[in-house]
Design a protein around this ligand. Structure first.
Ligand code: SF4
Length: 210
């Protein structure tokens, strides 16, 4: 199966646990997209006679950048690669980016699957993680993508952090069941080196040892 993954390395905020490659400054967005277009051109013979079945925009936060930039990348892929009719095009999105107009514009350029970084439906958890969205925005984004006609989408959740209880986890799952979310991805929170979370834990440990 042939697929193309495009990494969009920009985010609105730095989540405390994250060690992915990203920048919270979008200053070099144009240069970055130009480089991706160039790389696609360089790799144009990579798949030879294979047809592309999936395109995945990950990050970072692909929904953070303007839709026309995503469209530029899709046009480049179309120009230089052979695409399967039933092509799946996924875009990772954060709830606060998924305003109604944005959802419509993404749909219009061919995005047919969304992967949404909800992580929790509780504000206290989202603040703990330093996420850029609130619980209400998470619920609103799910309602809005359903209204826009998206049937293929996935929700990301995080478990295994001190604030999360069984009751809260159950409430999170109940909401997903209520909206009949078709796919759920759950990730255990891990403390990675050089992250704000690691720094905060070490700081707390040091202060309790003093
Ligand atoms: S939005 Fe995603 S990529 Fe960006 S900092 Fe948060 S977890 Fe990392």
């Amino acid at each position: 199966m042939a697929g193309i993954y495009i990494h969009i390395p920009f985010c609105k905020k730095a989540c405390h646990y994250c060690n992915f490659h990203f920048s919270t400054s979008a200053n070099y967005q144009n240069e970055m997209i130009d480089s991706i277009l160039q790389e696609l051109f360089i790799q144009k013979d990579f798949f030879e006679n294979e047809k592309i079945e999936t395109i995945y925009f990950g990050g970072g936060t692909p929904s953070f950048i303007e839709t026309y930039q995503i469209e530029r990348i899709l046009n480049q892929i179309q120009n230089y690669f052979s695409l399967q009719d039933s092509l799946e095009i996924t875009l990772e999105a954060n709830p606060d980016d998924l305003k109604k107009e944005k959802i419509q514009s993404l749909k219009k350029i061919g995005i047919n699957r969304l992967s949404i970084g909800v992580q929790s439906f509780f504000d206290e958890d989202l603040i703990y993680m330093n996420r850029s969205h609130h619980a209400k925005q998470a619920i609103q984004s799910i309602e809005d993508i359903i209204t826009a006609g998206f049937t293929n989408y996935s929700i990301d959740f995080i478990y295994g952090f001190p604030l999360l209880s069984d009751e809260k986890w159950q409430k999170n799952i109940d909401l997903l069941t209520h909206y009949q979310v078709p796919h759920l991805s759950c990730y255990a929170m891990t403390v990675e080196a050089k992250t704000a979370l690691n720094y905060l834990i070490e700081k707390k440990e040091n202060s309790t040892n003093e």
